[in-house]
Ligand binder design. Structure first.
Ligand code: GUN
Ligand code: ZN
Length: 430
């Protein structure tokens, strides 16, 4: 048993955080949180435990990135194009290079290392169409200790030659990867089927994805209603469907394990469909701004009760940092308020923190495992030094104020260590 002594901070609800100023997280050999609470009480209740005194650092639940593209990491920050030309110019050539599995392995190693260094303990990841590269991504995730749901991209129409797949082969290879990886490493590795988006998937592929998800319990990740040209294309390809969301619904792709990236331009009927299916919208505000996709009314949709998490969408978004993503969710909501005078449009750091932890865990159906610091959960946590975000270098301050600085003033060195299932996967300066 190990007792981590620090200031504990977690999301208690959308609007509130919980904290223990001089707290301790008690972690057993299996990497589970046995208890958490005031240090004195924890030390008395668990005599003989190893004590790791992390003061004056703070412990927060690990951050959860619900939408990110591994092969696109090397293509971040390529400004100047909207979604479809950006894919053709920068992204598809980069993804085609993942036919080389050893290149893919090196990229995966860097990618997961950097995620961990930023305090991300769980990531839902698109690989490329390549089975070998995807297998290498799983192997690297396994060895670095991160929690991840990964899937090979699937596209069997309208894709560039080098990235086009046969429908049956795409489903077959995905199924093989599911058998190999879904639920492995004590459930730390999961599979997320990745039909790229409706324009590049045939009805047969989408139906196959729905069936595979039902059969195996794998997640489904895809893109939805991100960009106007994309939406016009979908309308032309699927005139019989009521709307973009209906394309996925009719082909069996909407279920409680479906993660829908973006959804910037969803209408009321689509949001009702998504709610009815229990699917989750992954808000990617950095990407939505960078690719000039639009401004999603996050506040309004939270108030409607939609399940929403956050994703960096690298390389649509220029950084792997979920701190940056939280800040952008807040900033964009302020701009929406300022430009549209939309009543109560703003979203606060406590709420963004909720989306990046508890709400994301719930979207994955993993709320009993991750997203908080409660007894019985897996010990996925991040150790931060809030002094690095504070010109006054205060050691103690209110939780709301500290969190606000962590979000708006995140410093690349503030993450001191990152733990997944009780294992230290990153330490600052290593
Ligand atoms: N839509 C289809 N593919 C992609 C992608 O790789 N990134 C983003 N942001 N949107 C997409
Ligand atoms: Zn994406």
């Amino acid at each position: 048993m190990t007792l981590y002594r620090a200031h504990l901070l977690w999301s208690a609800s959308l609007a509130e955080v919980g904290e223990v100023a001089d707290g301790a997280l008690v972690v057993d050999e299996a990497g589970r949180i046995m208890a958490s609470g005031p240090f004195d009480e924890m030390a008395a209740r668990h005599p003989g435990s190893e004590i790791r005194d992390l003061r004056p650092h703070w412990i927060l639940p690990g951050l959860i990135d619900l939408h990110v593209h591994l092969p696109q990491y090397e293509s971040v920050a390529m400004d100047g194009l909207e979604l479809l030309p950006w894919l053709n110019t920068h992204i598809f050539p980069a993804e085609a290079r993942f036919a080389d599995a050893s290149l893919a392995r090196r990229a995966a190693r860097r990618f997961f290392r950097d995620l961990l260094s930023l305090g991300t303990t769980t990531a839902v990841v698109y690989s490329t169409i390549h089975q070998e590269a995807t297998d290498a991504a799983f192997q690297e995730a396994e060895s670095c200790g991160i929690r991840a749901a990964i899937g090979k991209v699937m596209m069997d129409q309208n894709a560039p030659e080098a990235l086009s797949e046969d429908t049956e082969a795409s489903l077959q290879e995905s199924d093989e990867l599911i058998q190999q990886w879904h639920g492995k490493a004590h459930g730390r590795l999961m599979y997320a089927l990745a039909p790229r988006f409706a324009p590049m998937c045939t009805p047969a592929l989408m139906r196959g994805v729905g069936t595979l998800s039902e059969k195996t319990g794998a997640y489904i990740q895809t893109h939805l209603a991100e960009n106007m040209d994309e939406m016009a294309w979908v309308k032309k390809l699927y005139p019989e469907c009521a709307n973009y969301t209906d394309v996925y619904r009719r082909h069996g792709m909407l279920n409680g394990r479906t993660l829908l990236g973006h959804g910037v331009h969803l209408d009321t009927a689509e949001r009702a469909m998504i709610r009815a299916a229990g699917a989750t919208i992954v808000h990617c505000p950095n990407s939505n701004a960078f690719l000039e996709s639009g401004v999603m009314p996050l506040r309004r949709w939270l108030d409607e009760g939609l399940s929403i998490g956050l994703g960096t969408d690298v390389a649509g978004g220029p950084t792997l940092s979920m701190w940056s993503e939280m800040a952008m969710a807040c900033t964009v909501s302020k701009l929406r308020f300022a430009l549209l005078s939309e009543a109560n449009a703003t979203v606060k750091p406590v709420e963004a923190f909720h989306l990046a932890t508890m709400a994301a865990a719930k979207g994955l159906g993993l709320e009993v495992r991750i997203g908080s610091l409660d007894k019985g959960m897996d010990a996925d946590f991040v150790v931060v030094d809030p002094r690095l975000t504070d010109p006054a270098e205060r050691i103690e301050d209110t939780a709301d104020r500290v969190l606000s600085r962590l979000v708006y003033r995140a410093d690349p060195r503030m993450v001191q260590a990152t733990f997944v299932r009780g294992k230290q996967c990153f330490i600052q300066g290593s």
